[in-house]
Design a protein around this ligand. Structure first.
Ligand SMILES: Nc1ncnc2c1ncn2[C@@H]1O[C@H](COP(=O)(O)OP(=O)(O)OP(=O)(O)O)[C@@H](O)[C@H]1O
Ligand SMILES: [Mg+2]
Length: 342
């Protein structure tokens, strides 16, 4: 178990959106830590709240987003309590971010040189000239040929893979302690995907950056992350170190995700996807949110909403079948299984 103070510590985060159909809670009581230098994988199907969780760390979840509760501590400061000005300093400074589609995050009217130089001028007080020199070095580091000549290119003049490299150069320019990578390679073809992730892993070592790797792809988690959290319908349903998660998943949802990874040597036809779909936040089931899709659901599951119960070794799951959690009788003191921490 890691006893050192985590770099990032998210506790009981609840985020809602006010929509025309009423308030929806997109992230509902999420807690996790990221240790300095480690890679934490965040997995789950579309709509589970991965991006909203990640974006809210930098207060980028959008104007409609309401933080209902929780704290997000980075290096001792609660980011939720920072002023708008201070959170802008954290963005691109202590925390870098890489998104799926670089065209939406790169500004089409500025050269890539200026875009990489900008955070260096803002956060590191470099002159424009020094910042452009550093930008050229960074482009070289991320594997862009003829880096200096490329400083004057515009994003649309580059391929998708090159643009993603530019995003990584920008995100890492100020040597952030934490890099949030939200589906960083989903838009790229498989070969480029592997190159980009190898690059990220190499730079992470070089700069000792912690990475939050958000992905649908458990294969990427197996390869690049040390620990993982599995999200379902706005909650974390399982967390474990990656080897444990793959060897002994506890939550039927995590089992289902693992079962749907195509084996290298078998027909993709045999892929077992999880039946059904993620519930809409407008209509969350009572009890366990996965129960309507769960092949192991018992009668109790539609009534009991099990908390994430950590097991020794930092493995935890939110499932009554595995944690022994039962709904407490009215007025009773909740009994947690031996070894569990509340
Ligand atoms: N601006 C918004 N207004 C209303 N609802 C939103 C908004 N942004 C996100 N949501 C809702 O919050 C939930 C979580 O969305 P989120 O984008 O975090 O999912 P995700 O896990 O990142 O999915 P994907 O894998 O598709 O990226 C979804 O139900 C989504 O519809
Ligand atoms: Mg997302």
């Amino acid at each position: 178990m890691n006893t050192a103070e985590p770099l990032l510590s998210v506790r009981d985060l609840r985020i809602a959106f006010d929509t025309a159909r009423g308030r929806v809670v997109a992230v509902d009581g999420v807690s996790f830590d990221v240790a300095a230098g480690e890679t934490l994988g965040i997995v789950g199907e579309s709509g589970c709240g991965k991006s909203v969780t990640a974006l809210s760390i930098l207060r980028l979840a959008g104007r409609g987003a309401r933080i209902l509760s929780g704290s997000i501590h980075l290096g001792g400061r609660d980011l939720l309590k920072l002023s708008d000005r201070d959170i802008r300093d954290v963005r691109g400074g202590e925390v870098g971010m890489v998104f799926q589609e670089p065209m939406t995050s790169l500004n089409p009217v500025f050269t890539v040189g200026d875009q990489i130089a900008e955070p260096l001028m803002r956060h590191r007080d470099l002159s424009r000239r020094a910042a452009l020199d550093r930008a050229a070095e960074l482009l070289d580091t991320v594997g862009i040929p003829m880096a200096r000549a490329r400083l004057g290119s515009y994003p649309h003049e580059m391929s998708g893979g090159m643009r993603q490299r530019v995003m990584i150069a920008m995100a890492l320019s100020c040597q952030p302690k934490l890099l949030i990578a939200d589906e960083p390679t989903t838009a790229l073809d498989v070969t480029v995907q592997a190159q980009i992730l190898e690059l990220l892993a190499g730079l992470q070592q070089e700069f000792s950056t912690a990475v939050m790797l958000i992905t649908h792809d458990l294969g990427l988690v197996a390869e690049f992350a040390q620990r993982a959290v599995v999200m379902y319908a706005g909650r974390i349903v399982e967390q474990a170190d990656v080897a444990t998660l793959f060897r002994q998943p506890l939550h039927p949802y995590a089992e289902g995700l693992l079962a749907s990874i195509p084996p290298m040597d078998e027909d993709v036809e045999r892929l077992r996807a999880i039946e059904g779909t993620v519930p809409s936040p407008h209509a969350m089931p009572d009890g366990c949110r996965f129960a309507p899709r769960c092949p192991q659901a018992q009668a109790e599951c539609v009534a009991v909403d099990p908390p994430l119960i950590p097991f020794p070794g930092d493995h935890g799951a939110a499932c009554i079948a595995h944690t022994g959690y039962r709904v407490p009788a009215p007025g009773a003191v909740t009994q947690l299984p031996a070894g569990a921490r509340p």
